[in-house]
Ligand binder design. Structure first.
Ligand code: PLP
Length: 413
C-alpha cells in the first residue's frame, strides 16, 4: 500500500486549505484511521477528542452501533436507486418523521439533497421559482445577513456574507441585499424581495456569534407582514446543538423553508433535506412546466435515509433532550471558569452545546495546532476556537477538552 501521506500530498486537494502549507515537506498531517464515541484515533493509535464534531456533523458519537447496523443492513438490501420517477420506503418514512417535528399543515413537504449548500440552494430556487408561478415575478431579490455562511454552491454563496470567501464571486448568483440587523430592514424595499435567509440563533462561521434573544421571532413577524419567505438555515444548529431539536423551536418560529444537513445522519453520511409548506408546494402544481427541475443523482440515497432514521431513533432511545441541559450547564460553567483564569481569552460566546472561545489577536491557529498535543482536535475561525462536541459527550470528556485548552494556552503565555 502506498504511504498515505505521500499519496495525499501528491494527489489530494483539501477544502478551505492553502495547499502550499499543507504540502510543505515539514508539515506532517494527521491521518485519522478510526473513531469511537467522541474520540478520533490517528495512524499511530493516539486518540483525540473530536472538539468540533468533525466539522459540526457528529451528534451521538462516532460509529454508533445502531447507525452502523442500519447502514450495513440497508447497503445489503437497497444501496441506491434513483429518486427520479421512483420512490423507496425509507425516504417516505424519513420525510414523515421530519415533518412530525412541526405542527400539522406547516412544514409538510421534504425535498432531499446531499449537503448543507444544496439544502439552501434548493430553498432559494424554490422560493424564486414559486414567485414566477404565482404572479409575483417582481420578487426576485434575497436578503441575507452580513457575515452569514450558507454554503459554497453558487446560489448559496451569493447569500454568503463572509467577504474573505465570497467577494470574488459577488457578480455571480442571486441578487442579494445584505443587512446587519433588524434595524437595517427598515431601509429595504420589501416588495421586490422573495426571501430572507438566516442562520437562526447563532451565526456559526461568523465566529459563533449569537443573535439577540427574540430577534428570530421579530424577523418572522416582519417577513409575514411583507409576504416574504423566511428560509432558516439550520445546517449547523439542527439536531440538538442549541438545546432543542431545531433552533427555531426556541423562539416558536416556523419558517417557510427549513434547511437541514450535517447532523441529519448523525454525522455519518451526506444527506440533506429542505422542508417547506403546502403553500410553496402548491405553486409547483398545475402544469409540467411548473415542476421543480432540480435534483442530484444521489437524492434521497437509501443508505443515508437509513442512517438518518437510526440517528433520529437514538434521540428517543437515549433521551438526548433529557440529558442535554446538564451537559450544556457543565460545558458553559467550565468555559466561564476557564475564561476567568486564562488571560489569553478575551470573550466566550455560547449557545447550547456550541461555544466560540475568542483568544487574543493572532493566537487562534496556534491554539488549535498545539491543542492536538494535548489530545484535542478542533478548528479556529480567525482567533475564535470552536468547541462543539457531539451531544453524546459526558462531563469527564468536557473537562478533558477544557483542560486541553487550558494546558495549550499556558504553553503559549
Ligand atoms: N449552512 C451553514 C449554516 C453551515 O454552517 C454550513 C457549513 O458549515 C453550510 C450551510 C454548508 O454545508 P455543507 O458544507 O454541508 O455544504
Amino acid at each position: 500500500m502506498p504511504d498515505p501521506v505521500t499519496a495525499d500530498k501528491a494527489h489530494c486537494w483539501h477544502p478551505f486549505t492553502p495547499q502550499d502549507a499543507w504540502c510543505d515537506p515539514k508539515h506532517d498531517p494527521l491521518m485519522i484511521v478510526r473513531a469511537e464515541g467522541v474520540w478520533l484515533f490517528d495512524s499511530d493509535g493516539k486518540r483525540y477528542l473530536d472538539g468540533n464534531s468533525s466539522i459540526w456533523t457528529n451528534i451521538h458519537g462516532h460509529c454508533r452501533p445502531e447507525i452502523a447496523e442500519a447502514i450495513a443492513k440497508q447497503a445489503a438490501t437497497l444501496d441506491h436507486s434513483s429518486y427520479l420517477g421512483l420512490g423507496h420506503p425509507l425516504a417516505s418514512e424519513l420525510a414523515e418523521k421530519l415533518v412530525s417535528y412541526f405542527p400539522e399543515k406547516t412544514l409538510e413537504r421534504v425535498f432531499f439533497s446531499d449537503n448543507g449548500s444544496t439544502a439552501v440552494e434548493v430553498a432559494l430556487k424554490m422560493s424564486f421559482q414559486s414567485r414566477m408561478q404565482t404572479g409575483q415575478g417582481d420578487r426576485t431579490r434575497f436578503i441575507a445577513f452580513d457575515n452569514a455562511y450558507h454554503g459554497d454552491t453558487l446560489g448559496a454563496a451569493s447569500l454568503g456574507g463572509v467577504n474573505r470567501f465570497f467577494s470574488r464571486f459577488r457578480k455571480l448568483g442571486f441578487e442579494t441585499e445584505f443587512v446587519s440587523s433588524m434595524n437595517d430592514l427598515g431601509s429595504v424595499d420589501p416588495s421586490t424581495v422573495t426571501a430572507v435567509v438566516i442562520e437562526p440563533l447563532i451565526q456559526g462561521v461568523n465566529q459563533m456569534r449569537p443573535w439577540p434573544e427574540g430577534m428570530l421571532a421579530e424577523l418572522r413577524q416582519w417577513t409575514e407582514k411583507h409576504g416574504i419567505h423566511l428560509i432558516l438555515d439550520e445546517v449547523m444548529t439542527g439536531f440538538g446543538r442549541t438545546g432543542t431539536m431545531f433552533a427555531c423551536q426556541r423562539e416558536n418560529v416556523i419558517p417557510d423553508f427549513l434547511c437541514l444537513a450535517k447532523g441529519l445522519t448523525g454525522g455519518t453520511l451526506p444527506l440533506a433535506a429542505t422542508l417547506t409548506t403546502g403553500a410553496v408546494y402548491d405553486a409547483f402544481l398545475g402544469s409540467p412546466e411548473n415542476a421543480f427541475y432540480y435534483g442530484h443523482s444521489y437524492t434521497a440515497n437509501p443508505i443515508g435515509c437509513a442512517a438518518a432514521l437510526a440517528s433520529l431513533g437514538i434521540f428517543e432511545a437515549d433521551q438526548v433532550f433529557g440529558r442535554l441541559p446538564s451537559k450544556i450547564d457543565h460545558l458553559q460553567s467550565a468555559l466561564r471558569r476557564l475564561w476567568a483564569e486564562d488571560p489569553n481569552i478575551t470573550d466566550i460566546r455560547l449557545c447550547g452545546l456550541v461555544a466560540g472561545i475568542e483568544y487574543r489577536e493572532g493566537l487562534g491557529l496556534g491554539i488549535v495546532e498545539s491543542a492536538r498535543s494535548h489530545g484535542l482536535i478542533t478548528r479556529n475561525i480567525l482567533d475564535t476556537v470552536v468547541l462543539m462536541p457531539p451531544l453524546s459527550i459526558i462531563p469527564e470528556e468536557i473537562d478533558f477538552a477544557i483542560n486541553a485548552l487550558r494546558q495549550t494556552s499556558i504553553g503559549i503565555q
